[in-house]
Design a protein around this ligand. Sequence first.
Ligand code: GLP
Length: 242
Amino acid sequence: MKIHVFESEREAAAAAAAAVARRLEEAPDSVLMMPTGDTMLAMYRELVGLHERGGVSFARASIFNLDEYLGLSAKHPASFASYMRENFFSRVDAEPERTRIPDGATRDPARECESYEREMQAAGGVDLCLLGIGKNGHVGFNEPGAPFSSRTRVVRLSESTREANGAGFPGGLSPEKALTAGVGTILDSREILLLATGEDKAEAVAASVEGRVSEEVPASALQGHPACAFLLDATAADLLNE
Ligand code: GLP
């Protein structure tokens, strides 16, 4: 696992965006796995800027999203589908046919999860997976305890994650269940980049990078991945020993 520390959040986000652009320049039909969350807004801004300056095209890429709340339609303003539409898809040239977010409004979640995995395989598997990290070390919506072998499935969110993601929901609590790519799904990606910024991520970053590999810290699974890098700003890297 490689660790890159940048002085500012902006620089860390720009490095993540540059890695995506580089990958698409080398192989325009790459398969990407994309996250949501506040941290990623800076990366999406950078990618949109690069696209507007002619620096990157998503026209031939396939884009899978990591997760979505169960019970929310793509039109719900707090769905991850809305987040992606507003912050990214409507601003770049991604082909709607090749963008895929788990359907939160599905009547048959198990089947939706299976077809999501199948579509990822049919696309050739994920070339580059971008990740954020939750304060408890979660990746996607794989909360502490998620098996490292887990695939796309329905999960129950912890109270702290529901609070952290509560903006836009009644009572400041997000829905209690979500569909998420599993830890095993994520680990199958050929390359993984995790972007973390801000001091409130420092503990999760230190536990994931230098702590014991344990299902209690989902992001620690990344220690075993052959091509994974953490892109951090100085505050998120603050508790690392080296
Ligand atoms: C959510 C998402 C994760 C994301 C995390 C951190 O739980 N499912 O993919 O990494 O939030 O979000 P933020 O960047 O807002 O702290």
